[in-house]
Design a protein around this ligand. Structure first.
Ligand SMILES: Nc1ncnc2c1ncn2[C@@H]1O[C@H](COP(=O)(O)OP(=O)(O)O)[C@@H](O)[C@H]1O
Ligand SMILES: [Mg+2]
Length: 407
């Protein structure tokens, strides 16, 4: 029986879906390593867990290794060590390396996690991406800006969720951004040429270094625009048909990119731009499943469970090809103002107009605190065979439904 360990420092909704999918896999004995107390685990997942280790810091490689050893003593040799949180990918690699567990090594995980190292590898492989430089001190950033010209982007080398990411248009902006990012040799940042264009994702399933499945979405607008404009309710669109030649270039670049970074088996999430001149620029790639409801969108578009398929992929290295029957899209409902959710308006009107397309929703609840992310306080997922119908309905939805916050 494969003994699989899942490391989940926190129990977020999506993390629980991944844990459940691994636990429900035929024949798996699941161990869980976390910071959360066991009583926080929903009962229908709890019964799937064969061993539970609670740590002070489940992001620390030494502690995770300790937890793995404990579970190993109880349940036997470990077949896979899994985790979906971006922040722990390198640590999981270190533990696999130290304990001889199959899966992504720390060196490969760093190729994905360190944005400067990633871009060096992509450029060396001849793949298109923004010019960049690692920033150890403010001077590095000033020099790059002088060479390349504004606008540029300054961000942490290991950022997540577009936090602390700045578009810099002039000297004043750069000074202000450096004050917040505060680059140092032990806290490096990255500066990049600013790419203008439409931003997308590109998901790939690889098995033993071969891409076997892919999917893509379009962001509306870019996450950085959503961060900079708090009134924007962000949307993600999964087109129904991506078989056409207009995607050939990104398919080629996307497959080559995951190979260049060295993924063997897994589901990766790339972000990329279609520049105004039509060319592709790869932005970043994560060696983990996508967030932003992209798992859910794929589930609805293919009428299958991508969480379960991911679990099977990671444990047994097989992936059953789904057939896409629908386009899907997510609208992220985002509060205006400060404080907590006071009311949500426009729901009736939206329900009449596009309610028949909604396949899943988590509406913001009165009293809910403001989210720190551009993904806001809730979302709705729409589905229809026609991509244009989904795209228009998302626009309708975000212009009709408003989330009001109050102190
Ligand atoms: N070079 C760039 N040009 C234009 N926009 C960028 C660039 N780099 C980042 N961004 C914007 O900032 C967002 C966050 O940056 P990203 O590198 O994806 O970091 P994170 O790990 O926080 O998602 C991107 O989704 C994109 O909208
Ligand atoms: Mg990103």
């Amino acid at each position: 029986m494969p003994h699989v360990i899942f490391t989940a420092p926190f129990f977020m909704d999506t993390t629980l879906r991944f844990i459940r999918s691994v636990g429900e896999l035929q024949g798996v004995e699941l161990g869980l390593i976390t910071q959360e107390p066991r009583h926080k685990l929903p009962a229908d997942i709890d019964h799937l867990i064969h061993g539970y280790v609670q740590l002070d810091d489940a992001m620390n490689a030494d502690q995770i290794a300790q937890g793995v050893r404990l579970l190993q003593a109880r349940l036997g040799p470990v077949h896979r060590l899994l985790g979906t949180l971006e922040h722990i990918q390198v640590q999981l690699g270190e533990v696999r390396d130290a304990l001889g567990i199959t899966g992504m090594s720390a060196e490969v995980a760093k190729n994905f996690r360190d944005k400067a190292r990633m871009k060096d590898l992509l450029r060396n492989a001849g793949l298109p991406c923004a010019r960049h430089r690692a920033v150890e001190q403010p001077d590095d950033a000033w020099q790059f800006a002088r060479e390349v010209g504004f606008p540029v982007v300054l961000k942490p080398k290991e950022g997540v969720g577009a936090a602390i990411t700045f578009r810099v248009d002039n000297d004043d902006d750069l000074r202000a951004a450096l004050d917040v990012v505060r680059p140092a040799p032990q806290r490096q940042a990255i500066i990049e040429e600013f790419i203008v264009g439409e931003e997308h994702s590109f998901e790939v399933v690889s098995i033993r270094s071969e891409p076997v499945w892919h999917s893509l979405t379009r962001y509306s607008p870019t996450p950085l625009d959503a961060m900079r404009n708090p009134w924007i309710q962000w949307c993600v669109i999964l087109p129904r048909d991506i078989s056409g030649h207009e995607w050939d270039d990104v398919r080629k670049a996307g497959f080559a990119a995951v190979k260049a970074l060295g993924i063997e088996t897994g589901l990766t999430h790339m972000e990329w731009f279609r520049r105004r001149d039509g060319s592709v620029a790869i932005s970043e790639i994560a060696a983990r499943p996508p967030g932003a409801q992209i798992m859910t969108l794929n589930g609805h578009a293919h009428r299958f469970d991508l969480y379960r398929a991911w679990a099977k992929l990671m444990v047994y290295e097989v992936f059953d090809q789904p057939e896409r029957q629908f386009a899907a899209g997510a609208a992220f409902l985002r509060g205006q103002g400060q404080g907590r959710v006071a009311r949500v308006t426009g729901l009736d009107k939206a329900h009449k107009a596009i309610g028949h397309l909604v396949v899943e929703a988590k509406l913001p609840q009165v009293g809910q605190p403001k989210s720190s992310s551009y993904e806001g306080e809730g979302y709705a997922v729409l589905c229809h065979p026609d991509t244009a119908v989904v795209t228009h309905a998302l626009r309708d939805l975000v212009s009709t439904v408003h989330v009001e916050l109050e102190q």
